[in-house]
Design a protein around this ligand. Structure first.
Ligand SMILES: [Zn+2]
Length: 252
């Protein structure tokens, strides 16, 4: 299916980004990672990351369309006083992270059930016990400084510094944030993070000790995943096809 761009003043490149980001919201519903009308996905439009797309406040993920995504600027002091003002926590945190982390072109934040359960454990790390869990070996930032529901740019800066050069963050007592150069890449991180967290929760639930790979095998497995980085795009295209079969209105 082609992206039929309506007569808007955005570039073809921005429209394609809008369609992919809208698809990510619909797919989060498909995989049951959504929660009420909360949580936020964003994508940088400008080179400095300060202009970015974000979901409108209090819209269910299942209804989001490409044309409805907000386009915001992190330094716009009027953004919060307009009728279409975004959720304040999303505006502060996503704006600060896009500006501070050059590789965070796309930022997906949500509370998927298994990853969130893992985030509530004393040790929310993912141990290399199978292929999917080993994907995250030494590639996961862990933030254990949850300070309540945040709505200031300082929280965004703190999260950005904890992230370092990682793209995936387990947020203790909270949920997850994943980043990527593209929506497909960030979505793939989120997909495998929730899969790996599910495996961890199931393995812990047996009460038996985990058979954790040694560092060398875990690193070899993680490097093996990096050879398949193109599969993120193929997977995302397939997922959009699945969406199109039932409801392609995210493309509008
Ligand atoms: Zn959250």
């Amino acid at each position: 299916m082609t992206n039929t761009q309506p007569s808007t003043d955005c570039s073809a490149e921005e429209w394609a980004l809008r369609v992919d980001l809208a698809a990510a919201f619909r797919l989060a519903v498909h995989f049951d990672w959504h929660e009420s009308i909360a949580n936020h996905f964003s994508a940088a439009v400008s080179d400095d990351g300060k202009t970015f797309l974000l979901n409108p406040k209090w819209k269910h993920f299942s209804t989001i369309k490409a044309s409805e995504l907000l386009c915001l600027h992190a330094d716009d002091e009027e953004a919060m006083s307009r009728p279409d003002a975004p959720d304040p926590s999303a505006w502060c945190i996503h704006g600060a992270i896009h500006a501070a982390v050059p590789h965070a072109r796309v930022l997906l934040h949500c509370h998927p059930p298994h990853a969130t359960a893992l985030s509530g454990l004393t040790d929310p790390s993912i141990k290399p016990i199978d292929q999917n869990t080993a994907r995250f070996h030494n590639r996961l930032a862990i933030d254990l400084n949850f300070g309540g529901i945040a709505d200031d740019a300082e929280e965004g800066k703190r999260i950005a510094s904890t992230l370092g050069n990682h793209s995936i963050m387990m947020m203790g007592n909270h949920g997850v944030s994943v980043m990527g150069e593209t929506v497909a890449e960030a979505f793939e991180h989120l997909y495998y993070l929730e899969r790996a967290a599910k495996t961890m929760i199931l393995a812990y639930s047996t009460g038996q000790p985990l058979n954790i790979m040694d560092d060398e095998l875990a690193e070899k497995t993680a490097l093996g995943w990096e050879q398949y980085s193109d599969s993120a795009f193929a997977h995302f295209e397939q997922l959009k096809e699945i969406l199109d079969r039932s409801d392609s209105s995210y493309r509008e």
